[in-house]
Design a binder for this molecule. Structure first.
Ligand SMILES: [Cu+2]
Length: 87
């Protein structure tokens, strides 16, 4: 019983980190090619270097999995010339 509890405690911080990493989607009108995706990914990395970015240039959408806030991501993208709308 005690051992089980200890194991749960050990797993708990990792689980909490995972829960705080939220996927969020943005529409970026100007993101039309791989070059744009590179810029967008770099802009997101300035806020959270471990963020995951999945881009769809056809739908002009990105999915960002990050611990950063939606506002921080939007601001970083705007600063790089890519106006992003949270969807
Ligand atoms: Cu481009």
């Amino acid at each position: 019983m005690f051992l089980t509890f200890q194991r749960w405690e050990a797993a708990s911080p990792a689980l909490q980190k995972k829960l705080k990493e939220c996927p969020m989607q943005f529409h970026i009108e100007k993101m039309t090619c791989g070059g744009c995706v590179k810029h967008v990914t770099q802009a997101v990395a300035t806020v959270d270097p471990s963020a995951k970015v999945e881009a769809d240039t056809v739908a002009r959408k990105i999915t960002v999995t990050t611990t950063a806030s939606r506002d921080a991501i939007t601001q970083a993208l705007a600063a790089d010339g890519y106006e992003a709308t949270a969807i």
